[in-house]
Structures are given as C-alpha cells and as structure tokens.
Design a protein around this ligand. Structure first.
Ligand code: DAH
Length: 363
C-alpha cells in the first residue's frame, strides 16, 4: 500500500514536472513502459495469493489510469504553452506607422494589359491563355510555318532539351499558338484576346529575351477585312485617347494570315518628340491579317464555311508609346525609382466608363 502511494507520488511528480514532450515521454516509459515501475509491480501479481492479488490488482489498475490521465493533462498543458509561445512570437504591433517605401503599385505592363482587356472586352472579346512552354506544332506547324521555313529561324527560338521521346519543346516565340489551342478547343464564333509572355533570344534597346504580346482572334462565318479594320481602328483610338486617329494598312507577310498587313497610326516626330495623332507621319503598331485557310484546316475548321481575322502586337511597345518610356529594358530592371515614376495605383482598374489611364504621352 504505502509502496504504491510512494510510487504514485514519484510518478505524478515526474509527469507534472515535465517541461517538454520528450521529458513527459521519459516519465511515461519509466512508469508504464515494458520495464516500467508500475508494469514491474503488475508482473508480481502472479506470485500473490488470490485475495492479495484482487486488492493489489485493483489498486495498480487505478494507479495506471491515474497516471495516464495525468500524462494526457500534462501533454495538453505543454501543447497550449507551445501554441501560446508561438502566437506570442508572431504578434505584430498594428499601431506601428506603415513603411512608406513599401507602397505597392501596378507594373505598367499589367496596367497596359488591363486597359487593352477593358477596350476589347467592351467589344465582346474574352481572354484566352496558353502555356509558355510550347511544342513545335502549336508554335509553328499549325500556324503554317513549313518545316525548314526561314521564318522559324527569324524567331530566334529558345529550344528546351528534347524529352525521352525526342520531342523538342520550346518557349513560345509569340502568342499565336494560343490561336490554335482556342480553335481546337472551342466552336466558332470565336472572339478572344490572348495576352501573355513570349520569348526570343535577343537583347538590345528594343528587344528583351522575354516580352509580352497581345493577340486577337475572331472566327465566324462572315468575318472580313472591314471588320478587322474597324475593330483595330476603334481600339487604337480608345487606347491612345485620340478620337479621330487615322490608321493605315500596309501589305505584309505572316505565314498564318492571307492577306497580311501591318497597321500604322498617325504621329509626329517633330523636334525629336513622338506625338500620337494626325500629324502626317506614321508609326507601325501591329501585325494582322485574315486567318490563312491552312491554319483553319489544321484546326479542323472548314475554310469554305469559316473565316476570321487575327492580329498581334507587343505590349511593351505600345506601353512605351503611350507612356513615353524610351528604353524597353527598363521594364524588367525592377528599379523602384522607375516603377514609382511609371507605376500605377494598385486600385486603378481601367474601364471604358471610369476611364483608362489618362493622357498618354502628356501625362
Ligand atoms: N505572331 C506575330 C509575331 O510575333 C504577330 C502577329 C502578326 C500576330 C499578325 C497575328 C497576326 O495574329 O495576324 O511577329
């Protein structure tokens, strides 16, 4: 009896004194483990007389339960204390003044894409996206670039090492592969814009290895070049905020459009300063054309039934024109002074009713 009382006192003291989980476990093993003190006494029961065994057995079982309860209670206490300590170490003083230098703002690229999406969205376009890592089929073949065609080389493509089956993936050189993905996945009528990152191995004042494009694609049964012209003219007028801005189309070549054109907008370069407007000079702004029948065929669309137009332009390029940014590379230098100068308020959501960012070059 007194032996059990003494044991209880010692074990409970050890349990309650445990200040961490390993110490608690040690106390448990010492009492209830295979070679523990309580377990040892239980093993002795077999040597006792039946009467003794009954009394002693009950006492030992009660002790065992008491110790187990004490261990759980101590464990809960340790867990709560650990959580309290963690919470205490993670508190912050919300009354501290904010740090003025960490004010966030939208990058001009994001702002420009948002503005374009607002304009095309109002015309009924939705946004489509595709992967940056593309295969040869979507980036070239389905877009009517024949194998070995020089235009493939013109794109200065970044190729990835071939995979186990010998497939050669690449970083998409333009957003046009998403035209293919869209036509393969959706039924006409299609009206999408495709903003995204594109990659070419090139670096100077007007080229960076990664840049952004925005692509447009319209497929329907009666779409023609006049729709293309009206759509793009309306876009540049809204984007640059010049209501009567004139556009000019020059014949051009892209494998995936026929006929192909480049669109210019009116500008002035007088005094070395670029101004958008009808001043008699011209500035190239985008490539476009009617989707080539071979491209429609590659997407299982019958060219006798469907036609459409497509266009593509560089996001940085039009942002540079709109906001008067002279060097493309500065977009990606993460210079906070530059970002502060050209960055846009994080809550400045462009829309045709509340307005795009105002003023362009005259901001
Ligand atoms: N993919 C072309 C490029 O990167 C741009 C382009 C031109 C896209 C004409 C088009 C288009 O959709 O119709 O140079």
């Amino acid at each position: 009896m007194s032996e059990i009382d003494q044991l209880r006192g010692e074990v409970l003291a050890a349990v309650n004194a445990a200040t961490d989980v390993p110490a608690l476990e040690e106390a448990r093993v010492e009492a209830l483990g295979k070679k523990g003190r309580v377990t040892g006494l239980m093993k002795n029961l077999g040597t006792m007389s039946p009467d003794e065994r009954k009394v002693f057995g009950q006492l030992l079982n009660a002790l065992k339960t008491e110790i187990e309860t004490a261990i759980s209670a101590q464990r809960a206490k340790l867990d709560t204390a650990a959580l309290d300590a963690k919470l205490a170490s993670e508190t912050m003083d919300v009354t501290l003044p904010i740090r003025p230098e960490t004010k966030g703002s939208l990058h001009p690229i994001s702002q420009t894409i948002d503005e374009m999406a607002a304009i095309f969205g109002a015309m009924g376009f939705t946004i489509a996206e595709g992967p940056d890592v593309e295969d040869d089929f979507h980036n070239f073949t389905a877009l009517n670039f024949p194998p070995g065609h020089p235009a493939r080389e013109m794109h200065d493509t970044f190729f990835l090492p071939p995979d186990q089956e010998g497939n050669r993936y690449l970083l998409r050189t333009h957003t046009s592969p998403v035209q293919i993905r869209t036509m393969l996945n959706e039924k006409p009528p299609i009206r999408v814009i495709i903003p995204g990152r594109t990659y070419r191995c090139d670096y100077d004042m007007t080229h960076t290895p990664m840049f952004h494009q925005i692509e447009g694609l319209v497929i329907d049964t009666e779409t023609n070049m006049a729709h293309l012209k009206g759509c793009l003219q309306e876009f540049v007028r809204m984007f640059f905020g010049v209501d009567d801005l004139t556009v000019r189309f020059r014949p051009s070549f892209f494998p995936f459009t026929e006929p192909s054109a480049e669109m210019d907008i009116g500008c002035s370069r007088a005094g070395g300063e670029l101004k958008i407007g009808n001043y008699g000079d011209w500035l190239e702004i985008l490539g476009c054309g009617m989707v080539h029948p071979n491209v429609l065929k590659a997407c299982n669309l019958d060219p006798e039934v469907y036609q459409g137009f497509a266009f593509g332009m560089g996001v940085e390029r039009v942002a540079m024109l709109k906001y008067g940014i002279p060097d493309l590379r500065t977009f990606f230098e993460s210079d906070l002074r530059w970002l502060k100068h050209y960055g846009f308020a994080a809550l400045d959501v462009p829309s045709l009713t509340s307005g795009l960012s105002g003023g362009g070059l005259n901001r």
